[in-house]
Write a protein that binds this ligand. Structure first.
Ligand code: AMP
Ligand code: MN
Ligand code: MN
Length: 337
């Protein structure tokens, strides 16, 4: 019996919540759990609340059941928070958590604040879907549940390539494949496929990218007026940071998009021991050591200048450490979401 089973004992109503701007791992874990509870705990009335999810995840069973208008003044017996490192990132879901009789958080963010009644946080896991898999009864994992969990795993591992991908990740993926999922179309359809406009904005962001700190850093920005020009939203910007990150010689990649005038969503990626969770944390955000994010205000120049100060300082500290202890090897690759 897992901690999740214990928490579900006697529960009649449960709410499932994820983080703001839900990504593949967030949506996959929320719907994977919804499908599991519907099958294994039919006596529990389950509702998933998420901000508007991207249409490309529409193939997941339960997608149409996602509620984007959050309940007010409802006290659920259990609130289950997935892939969310802190209360504030629950967005409107924070109200549901605060009224719930009991709560559990299932996550893999190193910056998780332990805000729920029970917190299952495995910072080494590739994804929340991987952590969740460990709490479920393997025999009850249907093809529909497997599609959800597999989706989350491929999104948070960049299709099994980021450094958080482990032998266990691959074993779980193998088990999920055994249920008969169409992994090719899941990977192409939800991860690689881009619309023409998404390709155009990606091309433009790469074309306008700028390197600094001797080519060790790269940044690019998409402004609101660019999004308007191409007719895209922030959901169409997936993958830009990944392409910036694999630029030869780059140790740290930064991608900004404008949320409103002079307010930017910041994505940070590291290819070395540079700890971007620390930098994002300094600016009120969080994430993982090699993939993190925050929101910053000011001009683009101010934002980059502030970030670059922290990046350069950490790079100098790491270089000094390496000079003292040359056998320290550099860790390549990235862990995400
Ligand atoms: P992103 O760059 O948005 O793909 O995010 C990379 C990682 O950092 C993900 O694990 C996010 O959950 C986390 N993250 C992004 N933005 C924030 C934030 N403002 N606060 C805390 N964590 C964040
Ligand atoms: Mn995740
Ligand atoms: Mn996520």
């Amino acid at each position: 019996m897992s901690v999740l089973d214990r928490k579900l004992d006697g529960v009649k109503t449960a709410a499932i919540l994820g983080h703001v701007h839900p990504d593949g791992d967030c949506i996959g874990s929320c719907l994977g759990l919804l499908n599991y509870l519907e099958a294994a705990y039919p006596q529990v009335e389950v509702t998933v609340y998420l901000e508007e999810p991207a249409a490309k995840f529409g193939y997941l069973n339960g997608f149409d059941q996602i509620q984007t208008i959050f309940a007010q003044d409802v006290s659920f017996d259990l609130c289950i928070c997935l892939d969310c490192s802190d209360k504030a990132r629950l967005g409107e879901g924070e109200g549901i958590l605060s009224l719930a009789k009991d709560s559990i958080c299932i996550d893999h963010h190193v910056t998780n604040t332990g805000y729920a009644g029970e917190n299952v946080v495995e910072a080494d896991a590739s994804s929340t879907c991987e952590v969740l898999y460990g709490l479920l009864d393997e025999d009850k994992i249907t093809k529909e549940i497997a599609e959800c969990l597999y989706t989350g795993i491929i999104h948070d591992t960049g299709v099994f390539k980021y450094s958080a991908t482990s032998a266990r990740t691959m074993q779980i993926a193998g088990k999920l494949m055994e249920t008969g999922i169409d992994f090719t179309s899941i990977i192409d359809g939800s991860f690689y496929r881009k619309t023409y406009l998404q390709n155009q904005i990606l091309g433009r962001a790469l074309f306008e990218s700028v390197t600094f700190l001797d080519g060790k850093c790269i940044f690019s920005v998409v402004r609101l007026k660019d999004m308007k020009f191409y007719g895209v939203t922030n959901k169409d910007l997936d993958g830009i940071i990944d392409q910036l990150r694999v630029t030869e010689g780059v140790e740290c990649a930064i991608f900004l998009y404008e949320i409103e005038a002079q307010i930017f969503k910041v994505s940070l990626r590291s290819n070395t021991d540079l700890n971007v969770a620390k930098i994002a944390g300094y600016f009120g955000g969080g994430g993982h050591v090699k993939a993190a994010g925050c929101t910053m205000s000011g001009s683009i120049y101010d934002v980059i200048n502030n970030l670059s100060g922290h990046i350069e300082k950490q790079m100098n500290e790491l270089a000094a450490k390496k000079a003292e202890c040359p056998e320290l090897t550099k860790a390549a690759d990235v862990k995400e979401d």
